[in-house]
Write a protein that binds this ligand. Sequence first.
Ligand code: WT7
Length: 659
Amino acid sequence: MVDRNGRDRDGAAPTGTTHSPPASFAEQANVADPGIYEAFEADWPACWTRAADLLSWDEPYDTVLEDDEAPFYRWFPDGRLNAAYNCLDRHLESGRKNHAAIRWEGKQGERRTYTYRDLYVEVNEFAAALRDLGVEEDDVVTIYLPMIPELPIAMLACARIGAPHSVVFAGLSADALATRMDAADSEFLVTCDGYYRRGDAFNQKSKADNARLALEQDVRTVVVDRLGDDLPHVLGDDEYDYHELREAFAGETVDPVVRSATDMLFLMYTSGTTGEPKGVVHSTGGYLAHVAWTSHAVLDVKPEDTYWCAADIGWITGHSYIVYGPLAMGTTTVMYEGTPDYPDRDRLWEIVDRNAVDVFYTAPTAIRAFMKWGSEYPAEHDLSSLRLLGSVGEPISPRPWNWYRDHVGGGDCPVVDTWWQTETGAVTISTLPGVDEMKPGSAGPPLPGIDANVVDEAGDPVEPGRTGYLTIDRPWPGMAQTLYDNDDRFVTEYWQRFSDPASDDWRYFSGDTARIDEDGYITVLGRVDDVINVSGHRLGTMEVESAITDVDGVAEAAVVGRTIPAGNTEIYAYVSTESGREPGEAIRAAIRENVAAAIGPIASPTELVFTPELPKTRSGKIMRRLLEDVANGESLGDTSALRNPEIVGEIQAAVGDEG
Ligand code: WT7
């Protein structure tokens, strides 16, 4: 098979050595029975009650799966529950109120521990405050906070009163926030004055203010004072101080609102193939059951563990595996506000050591950075508390996988490489650490009950070793229910490609290419669509391109991903200017500034190459494949399909000058 970039990916490096889970791990694993795969298969979809049984239901469900309106599947449709109750109240009732729920590690070395009781109290007070501000069931509350405890508290307060939250990553821009609030018609915002970036106070509220100015609706805003005197701020109309609200509602409790399992728990915007971000809608029952189950079966979380997922709650990983999964399972979840190299490159290992972390979950981009910095940093600390390591967000190749296992995991920790997406809600492909052999470089088999396949253009399974498209051919509990306010786009983005609605045959298309081996292990290769994965963050090429072409003087832009030697992907932009406009430093700076303003600094191109024209097909389509090959220094394929083949040499020369 040939991928979007015209490259034949078949016959890429084989996976290599396999590792068995150590006996000591298997003995204590939450799931250790290899029969689980067959057991799920034999009893599908009822097998998923194993996941649902990890939750407490106000009204038990009779039906496991309703598929009348596929692909709008409804899991546990007649069951009723509350997510905050499942993450808080029930742990108090089972006598664990003094158990640590969140251990927060601040950027400036501050530390805060919330017991389940503390968290319960603060969530209730803030839920009461939100109600008083007028938040009703089903109102979307936007949360624009960095990694401070008030972020999960606000999420759980929303869940408690049945108000879906829409968390917008704090590093995104005012424009990005406004687009998301507008799309969700959100009239409530929780934000903060600012946060520390490498020791400096950074103003978050001014971004929130600018977003509000751009919106038509009135927005009631709660502001958390994170910086105190380091960044004084004034509250305007419709703005409320978080701590004052808490004082006003001190000691108040709010009964958890009993929700249908299919009611929306939250919305999460993610990049797609077109400019508009997609509001992925997650359910209360199916989502929570799936994240709880995978926290249990894949991350092997135990209530007595100290568990750390070093991601940001502003993305799905943090929703599922910092907040909902671990808290539903009643464990201690570590929440880290800072970066891995501040104040020094051993920062994470110091936190693991001091907290005796049992399970650690991070992204390949971080692992590659650790590897580059050197093994002396983890070696400075006692990491023997670690029992299991996880990876998520991008493919991890065998070298960093092995480095992670050897230098962080002491050579004998199992590593789970977990494949999933914002849309899948929870892990769908991974080894079960107490059951399966690990093959570095391959995520593993689909989890029990998950019907993931690698298929060709016609939807037929490919031979082992060949490359194809990654599909999921049966529904699963954590799946997105729809795209907010856009059922049509939900169908066209994910289902159209490989489904046959006439025969009611629905298959989900992930947008990824993959290979499968003889043992059914899946190696995910990357995206087929115009989405670039930068450090585990999905960015749509169209979004970035439109932020570039917005700049005065820019005629056209094309954005591609470039893989740098460390394995990370960078954004590479090709830009042509309007006639009479000289490309130069001024326009370059304006582009960087505008991309940062429209999306956020993460989307800012690392490399910007000016070219008089972009290479185009005769029908006028920009040849991204070619531009990607140029950026990656690869030999160029056939350029005869181009309308302007002469431009290629010029672009190569320009790239040469840049490099
Ligand atoms: C895309 C989803 C799931 C939380 C983080 C990102 C890539 C994710 C892996 C993995 C290879 C992976 C895929 C996927 N991806 N995990 N273990 N191996 N690729 O969530 O922003 O929705 O991105 O991330 O390309 O489609 P997301």
